[in-house]
Each structure stands twice: as C-alpha cells, then as structure tokens.
Write a protein that binds this ligand. Sequence first.
Ligand code: NAP
Length: 475
Amino acid sequence: MKTHPLYLNGQFVTTDKTIPVLNPATGETVAQMSVCNRSVVAQALADAHTAFQTWRHVVGKTRGDFLLKIAAEVERRKDEFARAITEENGKPLAQSAGEIGMTIDHLRWFAEEARRSYGRTIPPQADGKRHVVIKTPIGVVAAISPWNFPLVLAVRKVAAALAAGCTVVLKPASATPVCAVLFAECVHAAGLPKGAFQLVAGSAAEIAAEFLENPRCRKITFTGSTEVGKKLIAGAAAHVKPLSLELGGHSPVLIFDDADLAKAVEGTMIAKYRNTGQSCIAANRIYVQRGLAEKFIATLVERVKALKVGAGTEAGVDIGPLINAAAVDLALKHIADAQAKGAKLLCGGKRHGNAGSAFLEPTVLTGVPGASLGMCDETFAPVAYVNIFDTEAEAIERANDTSYGLAAYVFTRDLNRAFRLMDALEAGMIGINDAIPTTSNAPFGGVKQSGWGRELGTEGMDAFLETKHASFVIS
Ligand code: NAP
C-alpha cells in the first residue's frame, strides 16, 4: 500500500508516522498519508519565510506563468486526479472531473490576476503632497482545507496567495490528503521555487496552534465548519492574526409561483444533491409558494426516487457515499428528529446497503417544523426539507432566519422580485434561477456566521495583499 509524502521545502518527505486514507464506498484503507509534528510545521513556516524574500519580488507575470504551468500539469493528469478524489472522498467520477475543471480554471484566473495587484493615486488635499497606494503581499500564508471538495477548495487559496506574491503552507483535511499530494507533484513539476508551496499533514489542532502562534505566519485562510472557525477566531485574538474564513452554510431555496417549474426542479436537484449533499452551498431549506407546491413536490420526489446510489466509480451513479458511516448516522438523526416533530417522509430516509455503510438513500421530507435539527444545523447529506410559504415577505423572513449566510437561491420569472430578493436575502452568494453561482471570476464567501472575507474574483487575491499608503511632500 502506498504511503504518500509531505512536500517540504522542495522535497517529498515520507515519515514513519502515518494516518490511513479510507475509501468511503468500502470503508477499506486505500493508502497511508505521512504526518508530521509541530516542529516540522515550524520549519516549513521558516522555509516559507525564506522563500517569500525572493518570491515576493518575482514579477506578477512570471508568478502567473508558474500558475499556468501548474494548471497544465493538473490538466495532463486529470484522470488520475479524478480517480484519487473519488477514491478518498466518494463523489461520482463525473463530479470529480468537474472539480478538476474548476481547479484548472481557478489556476488560470489567478495566473491572470497576478499581473493586476493595482494600487491607486489619490489627489492631495494639501498643495505639494502626493498620495500613492500600493499593494504588497501579506507574507507567509497558512491554508487549511476541508474534505468535501478536497482539491478545488485548497487550490482556491493556494493559487490566490501565490499570485499575490505570498508563500503558502497547506494543511488538507485528514480524510482527503491524496489529491493535495498530487497537486504538490504538479507544483514540483512546474518548477516553483522551493518553499513557495509546502504540504503538511497531521493533528489539525497542533498544526493550527503553530500557524496561530508562529509570527512568521502572517495569515490563515480556512475553509471548514463554523465550529472550527470560531476556535481559530479565539486563537487568533492573542496574536491579532488575520483570518479569511469560509465556514458553514444553511442555504435556502425560494421557489415562487411564477417560476418555470422544470427549471426550478432541475435547479433544486443540483443545489441539493450535487456532491451527495455535502456542499457548503447546498440547499438546506427549500421553500415553495403554495400555488406551485403540489406540482413541485411531486416532480421533485419523482426525480429523487430516480437517482442512482452507488460507488462513485460505477457508471451512471448520482449519489455516492457520504464521507463516512458517522455522517449517515447524523443525517438519520436529523431525519428522525424532523419526523418526530411532525414532518412527513416522502422518499428515502434509510441507510442504503449494509448496517455500517456510508450510503444514504436520497431523502425528501415536507412540513418540517422550524425547530427541527436539520432546519437549524447543516445536515450535509442528500436530505431535502421542503416547506410551503404564501407571501414574498414570509419567504424572505424564513430564508433569513438562520445564523448562517453563505448562499441563497431564488426561482422566479419576475425581474422586479429578483432584484428585491437580491437586496433582501442575507447571503454572500445569491443564485437567481442559477443553482451553481460559483465561478472563478466572482467573489465567493458568506455573511453572518458563514465567514469572513471572500475567495475568487478580484477579492480572492486581495485577501493576501496589504494596502500601503505612501504620502510624499514634493518640493
Ligand atoms: P472541519 O471539521 O471544520 O474541518 C476542516 C479543516 O479544518 C480540516 O482540514 C480539519 O482537519 C481542520 N481542523 C479540524 N479541527 C481544527 C482545529 N481545531 N483547528 C484548525 N483546523 C482544524 O470541516 P469539514 O467537516 O472538513 O468540512 C465541512 C464543513 O466545511 C461544513 O460546515 C461546510 O459547510 C464547510 N465548508 C465551507 C465552505 C465555504 O466555502 N464556506 C466550503 C466547504 C465546506 P482534520 O481533517 O485533520 O480534522
């Protein structure tokens, strides 16, 4: 069985201590991943700091050229990446391929952005003065990524930080480190200077403590749960360490009577069931207006019943395993709680396969009380909660009734309504008749407890740049 290495200061390093990488479809160990202790992380930050002294002066175009080379390498090995993602994460192969396509596009987007860390000049208020604003890279960046989109969410950080002129130490999720190792191989093949990108793995709490406390680490960019995000905020307070946080979500979908029914069902299927429901921007609460409700629910249930559940490597599979059996247990708890509180189960609701399996039947429930667990916390599974509303004002109130604010979706053909909802919904991303609002060239992130800052777009690189004002007196 293969033991995957860390990537430290330009070298692949296999350690004695390893953690197993499991295939969620079978529960079998498929590889081992090297892990390291805190002193190795401290050394990685020191090497990143040394590399930063050079990398920061490499001109934007050249930094971009490196990113293009990495993109070409990822593209060349895309089938290998897809198999690795499906093996360690479980998602259907076609969805792994989609994740790789977006990864490549992110690399290309930030390759172009690298040339555009524009400052500005400001007209003086006093005669004889000149004010110039410049952008400089923040320094060594630590990136922590989750398992649900194990490649693209890591690269979203790494590509932006490298484009900005920062050096990066990445800690991927322990469940899905292999695609990060493949990415490190692509970085190596592209000839990135040693120390500009490094990969560590191991105890998250220990590694995060080093990131937080080590003064060489100038910023932490994190994607994961709100619970861990709060721990990082607490830890960062002592050091005033800047944080970018992409946290949990509880996205509402609002379907109005004037929506195109077929498109609303199709969009809801994508927003809910893509990535087996394990997406931060997944639809968690679906609200449909009374006039369309009966037809919408019937069509949705018909579509959900037709979804094929199975290992991500099987042809035609729509719903892979969850990340592990415990995730199924949690979803079943949410389903049982909703039923106990009065919700009606329309399909699914059971574990798929044998007792310990990580598969869940895709599920639809209606009439789900607001106090149900799944209406408050992320279910992170292919479970749809559908409720009926009467007025636009009621829909907005119910959509915003959450501490999260990552994404929201609206299906309507009324342009005035679309604009009203764009303003009124408390979310960082709003899909109007669009179930996949994410794109390299637009900002991605949440409001309220869904996070701080934005990735992608122009904002994605700005997150790794300092703003400096130089004031000149000229004679
Ligand atoms: P998680 O448990 O918070 O883990 C995310 C990352 O944080 C992993 O690398 C994990 O390492 C690490 N971690 C765990 N404990 C930590 C600690 N004390 N300090 C620092 N890092 C720590 O989240 P997850 O279960 O992987 O991902 C699902 C969550 O992420 C959901 O809430 C989802 O909504 C959210 N998410 C948000 C976005 C977004 O863009 N807003 C995108 C995707 C996912 P180990 O794996 O080693 O434990």
